[in-house]
Structure formats: structure tokens, C-alpha cells
Design a protein around this ligand. Structure first.
Ligand code: ATP
Ligand code: MG
Length: 562
């Protein structure tokens, strides 16, 4: 990436790292990690965490590991592991051989648990789940010691081994840290470290294990094993930090990473909760995790959002500890700015209206030259065929209109983009009084220049009827019509706020022939219509399908947010 540490806005995490580098804490190393749980696809919130963690490693010449937090065997799937790897790479971050699984540390985690037992810092507890809750106390009342708290080291070791060999039923026993049942921080009231899951098959370790470590234990120990220096996570883990430190202090691990919390990204009109995104997918309210309306990385990719624009968005929103809800406009501005500069131009007629140029020779084809970008000559030119019969967009014609309508009006002139000036002489209608065809004449002297003494203001786009390619075009709007579908406490069922018009499909569009070569990752500006890309899942050689990545301007803001 071209950006350097100097050009990036600083933040409180960088200040901490700068100070650590100055004092040579962690021997001057920076190592971060991105630790997704493989129970869903990554979303825009994860993108923030990825850009932060991988970005810090790049800027400080360090390492960022991708670690799957796969300690909960019931909820995780191999499909998600593959999707997550693909998304991180696509966002522009490599993890080379720094790809790890928390499950890869099961043996070391087990040995550390044995160490805790031997030190008298952990015990096997036989309380039922309900009893454990009763003993835990509340925010205002201290908890009570479990009757199993003072088991001997030998008995604990014996029971723990037998938990692993599958002798006991799920839920019958857990291994707990022996900390303080009276701590004001409930996380320190003898939290569970291991639980029994005898019959589940883990996607990495198969049936090798009957016990699985809890997140709070597995996470800090995995960080320490990898030699992470700064363990960056979201704010809800702030109260878990004393536990994070307790495990590592008590185990005296060689490395002791520092946990640092920042506020999670909430994006207006979107959802960044995996549980709720899963519901949208499972209830088929969207077309899978990669539906272009989803705030998932794969959905945004399929929609045509450039990875660089998503990275730019993550830079712009910054990193703080304040709760926030980021406006959709910020993301959309990043997309538009990137595409305005990078997207080649093309012409496509979304709602075609037939135009016959009566004074143009039938059967003649002229290859006109069109620039691929109005400001960037380096992007070159392409040929656009001009013929007697063309299509323009229905919205670009009116029988009568005042001067504000700078498009085609009966008996008036308009310029066809990259081509000639035409005049509308005759309007043909069907029985229902719908305009079905325009008869026009062209002025052969107007290619690339205004006619003598007449200034034609309007310019509209067009496609040759003979050479144009039929296409389906999918127009997207926001998936939700509520700005806070995720976080508004008043909302009972967030699916009630799905926008019913979030997908409109046009089936009779016509695009210029050069788009036959369009590929999934290339976004085009269809002049005057917006940015579009081929839909990688639905498009084929038989049927071209385009997605609208984004409109040219923020029409939503203009409409007063509907
Ligand atoms: P959910 O609660 O929706 O399941 P999660 O936080 O459990 O999400 P993980 O897969 O565990 O999802 O997240 C991996 C990393 O991404 C974590 O470090 C987490 O803090 C970070 N992350 C997840 N959601 C966001 C968000 N909205 N903003 C910033 N970081 C996030
Ligand atoms: Mg999580």
C-alpha cells in the first residue's frame, strides 16, 4: 500500500505503540492479530478491524496474524473459514504463513490448564449451570465459593484428564479458574476455562477433543503463544481485560500482550451483527451472504465496491473509544471518489426508446471514437458503432418541456454523446398513447463540434440497436429504511424495517457492444446513470447481468431520506 505511517491520521492506539517503541517494550516489535470466529462472513465492521490490525503491522514493520477463533465447535463451519481468508486477501492484506487456528493450540492450552491446576489456580467444579448462576452473585452482591473449590490438586488433575477422555457427560463438570468469588468484576468470579462437548466434531480437530476451552482463556493464551504485542479488540471486552491479564500473569507466559479496546463500527442503514446477518441469510430475506445489498465484504465486492475505497473509508472514520454511528454517506463518498477517478466510461440505455434517424443511410455503420475517461487520456479510447436505428432512454424524451429539460424534445435538438446532433421530427405512439418510437434527423456536420451559429446544450447517451447487447440491470437501494436497524432499542424485529424496494430489476436494458468483454471486478460508469459492474454470480455468456454499484450522486439525501 502506498500510504505510510506519516500520511495516516494518528490515533490513541498509535500513541501507545509509539511509546512502547520508544521504551523498547516488547523488544521494539509490533505484532497484532485479526481473530474472527468462523461463524459467518465478514462485514464492514470487520473491515475496520482488519484495516486497523494489518495497517498497524504494515506501518510499524511488524506482523499481523490471521487467527481463527474456532474454540466453539458447534457454531463454526469450514465454508466460513475459506470465505474469511478470501475477504482479507481481497481487502489487500496478506497473511503469508501467519495463518493460525486457536484449535491449533488445543494441546498447549490443555498443558497450560494442567499448569493452572498444579499451581492451585484452577479446579474442576460439579455445580450444574443453574447452581453456578446462583453462586455467581449479582452486580451488587458478591458470589459464593463453590463447594468443589478446595479439591486437591491430585483430584482436580484426575478429573480434568477424565473430562478429556470422554468419561463425563456434557454439562456435568467444568474446569474453573480460582480467582475471587467476591470480586466486583463478575468476570473474575471463578470463570469457566473448559467445558465438555463430548460428541461434537470440530472442523479442524475432528473428534480428538472432548473438552473445549472458553473464549476468555483461549484468546489471551493464543495471543501469548503467537507473541502478539498489542491485542486490539472492541470495547465490550474492556471488563474482560483484568481476566486477560490474570491468566497471563498466573501462567507467567513468555509474552504478555497488551489488550487495547476501541469502539466498534456501527453503520447507518446497515447491520453489523453476525447473528442478525445470519438470520437474513437463513430466512432467505436476501440472496445469501454475498448479496450485493449486504454489508458483508463479499457482498460489497460483488456489488463493485473497490477494496481501496473500503480501506479509505476505514481510514476516514478513525479509531476512538467513543460510541458512534457512521453515516452511510461517508462510505458512499469514498466509493464515488474512487470510481469517478478509476472507472472507464461506457454507454448503456436502461429503459430503451427506439430512435430512427431518417436521413442516415440504412445498413451503414460508422465506428465513432469515444474517450474512456473524460479527464484521463491514459485510459484511451474505444470504438462505438453508430447506425440508423438507436436507443435512447425513455427518461430523456418529452413531447413538450421548458428550457430546464436539457434533453430531447419534439422539434428540438440534442447532442448524442460522442456523436451527432439530432432533431426529433415525429413521435410514434401505440394504442395506449405510449411513445414507442421517435423519427429524428441528424446533422452530419456536428460530429464533435457544435453546428454553426446554434448552441446545443443537452447531451444524452445512446446505443446502436443493431450492435447493442441486451442486458439485465439490477438497481439497489439501502437494505433497511431505518437508520439504526441494529442498535435502536425500540425495535422489536429488525426485519420489519427491510426496505421493500431495495432491489429493482430492469430486464430490457441495452448496453454498448464493448461491454461484452466486461469482467466481474471491473466497474464502469454508465454515463449519466451511475456506476455498474457485471454480477459475478448471475451473468453468463447467454445473459449479461449488471449491478448498479452506486448512483452518480447522493439521491437519497436529496429525497430527504424518504
Ligand atoms: P458478532 O458479535 O457480530 O458476532 P464478533 O465481534 O463476535 O461479531 P468476530 O468474528 O469475533 O465477530 O470478530 C473478529 C474481530 O472483528 C474482533 O476482534 C472484533 O472485535 C472485530 N469486530 C467485529 N465487529 C466489529 C465492528 N462492528 N467494528 C469493529 N470491529 C469489529
Ligand atoms: Mg467474537
Amino acid at each position: 500500500m502506498s500510504e505510510t505511517a506519516d500520511t495516516k491520521p494518528s490515533n490513541f492506539i498509535r500513541y501507545i505503540i509509539d511509546a512502547d517503541m520508544a521504551s523498547n517494550k516488547h523488544d521494539g516489535r509490533v505484532q497484532t492479530r485479526f481473530p474472527p470466529e468462523p461463524n459467518g462472513y465478514l462485514h464492514i465492521g470487520h473491515a475496520k478491524s482488519i484495516c486497523l490490525n494489518f495497517g498497524l503491522a504494515l506501518d510499524y514493520n511488524g506482523v499481523c496474524t490471521l487467527r481463527f477463533d474456532d474454540t466453539n465447535p458447534q457454531k463454526e463451519e469450514a465454508e466460513f473459514v475459506e470465505a474469511i481468508k478470501e475477504d482479507v486477501l481481497w481487502l489487500g492484506f496478506g497473511f503469508d504463513d501467519h495463518l493460525y487456528y486457536a484449535s491449533g493450540y488445543f494441546e498447549q492450552l490443555y498443558q497450560y490448564a494442567v499448569q493452572l491446576i498444579e499451581q492451585g489456580d484452577a479446579y474442576v467444579c460439579d455445580l450444574s449451570a443453574e447452581e453456578t448462576r446462583e453462586y455467581r452473585g449479582t452486580l451488587t452482591e458478591p458470589g459464593k465459593d463453590s463447594p468443589y473449590r478446595n479439591r486437591s490438586v491430585e483430584e482436580n488433575l484426575d478429573l480434568f484428564k477424565r473430562m478429556q477422555t470422554g468419561e463425563f457427560e456434557d454439562g456435568s463438570r467444568v474446569l474453573r479458574a480460582k480467582i475471587d468469588m467476591a470480586s466486583p468484576n463478575i468476570n473474575l468470579r471463578d470463570p469457566a476455562i473448559y467445558r465438555i462437548r463430548r460428541d461434537v466434531v470440530h472442523h479442524q480437530t475432528g473428534d480428538a477433543w472432548s473438552i473445549y476451552p472458553m473464549y476468555d482463556y483461549a484468546h489471551c493464551v493464543s495471543d501469548a503463544i503467537e507473541g502478539v504485542t498489542h491485542s486490539v479488540c472492541t470495547l465490550e471486552f474492556e471488563d474482560h481485560r483484568p481476566l486477560y491479564d490474570w491468566f497471563l500473569d498466573t501462567l507467567k507466559t513468555q509474552h504478555h500482550p497488551q489488550q487495547i479496546e476501541f469502539s466498534r463500527l456501527n453503520l447507518q442503514y446497515a447491520i453489523t451483527s453476525k447473528r442478525k446477518l445470519t438470520r437474513l441469510v437463513e430466512d432467505a430475506l436476501v440472496d445469501g451472504w454475498s448479496d450485493p445489498r449486504m454489508p458483508t465484504i463479499s457482498g460489497m465486492r460483488r456489488r463493485g465496491y473497490p477494496a481501496a475505497a473500503i480501506r479509505e473509508f476505514c481510514t476516514r472514520i478513525g479509531v476512538t473509544k467513543a460510541d458512534n454511528s457512521v453515516e452511510m454517506d461517508i462510505l458512499e463518498s469514498c466509493i464515488r471518489e474512487n470510481l469517478n477517478e478509476k472507472a472507464p466510461r461506457a454507454m448503456a440505455v436502461l429503459n430503451p426508446l427506439k430512435v430512427v434517424i431518417t436521413n442516415y443511410p440504412e445498413g451503414q455503420t460508422e465506428q465513432l471514437t469515444a474517450p474512456n475517461h473524460p479527464q484521463d487520456e491514459m485510459m484511451g479510447t474505444r470504438e462505438v458503432p453508430f447506425t440508423q436505428t438507436l436507443y435512447i432512454d425513455k427518461a430523456d424524451f418529452k413531447e413538450e418541456a421548458n428550457n430546464k429539460f436539457k434533453r430531447l424534445v419534439k422539434d428540438k435538438e440534442v447532442r448524442l454523446r460522442n456523436a451527432y446532433v439530432i432533431r426529433c421530427d415525429e413521435v410514434l405512439k401505440d394504442d395506449a398513447d405510449e411513445v414507442i418510437e421517435l423519427r429524428c434527423s441528424y446533422d452530419p456536420t456536428t460530429l464533435g463540434a457544435n453546428p454553426e451559429g446554434r448552441k446545443v446544450k443537452g447531451v444524452i447517451h445512446w446505443v446502436s440497436a443493431e450492435y447493442g447487447l441486451p442486458a439485465e440491470v439490477r438497481l439497489f437501494d439501502r437494505l433497511f429504511n431505518h437508520p439504526h436497524p441494529d442498535t435502536d432499542k425500540e425495535i422489536e424485529d429488525f426485519t420489519a424495517h427491510l426496505n421493500p424496494d431495495s432491489l429493482v430489476t430492469l430486464t430490457r436494458s441495452i448496453v454498448e457492444p464493448s461491454l461484452a468483454e466486461a469482467e466481474g471486478s471491473q466497474v464502469y460508469q454508465f454515463e449519466r446513470e451511475g456506476y455498474f459492474c457485471v454480477d459475478s454470480a448471475l451473468s453468463s455468456s447467454e445473459k449479461l447481468v449488471f449491478n448498479r454499484t452506486i448512483t452518480l450522486r447522493d439521491t437519497w439525501a436529496k429525497a430527504g431520506q424518504k
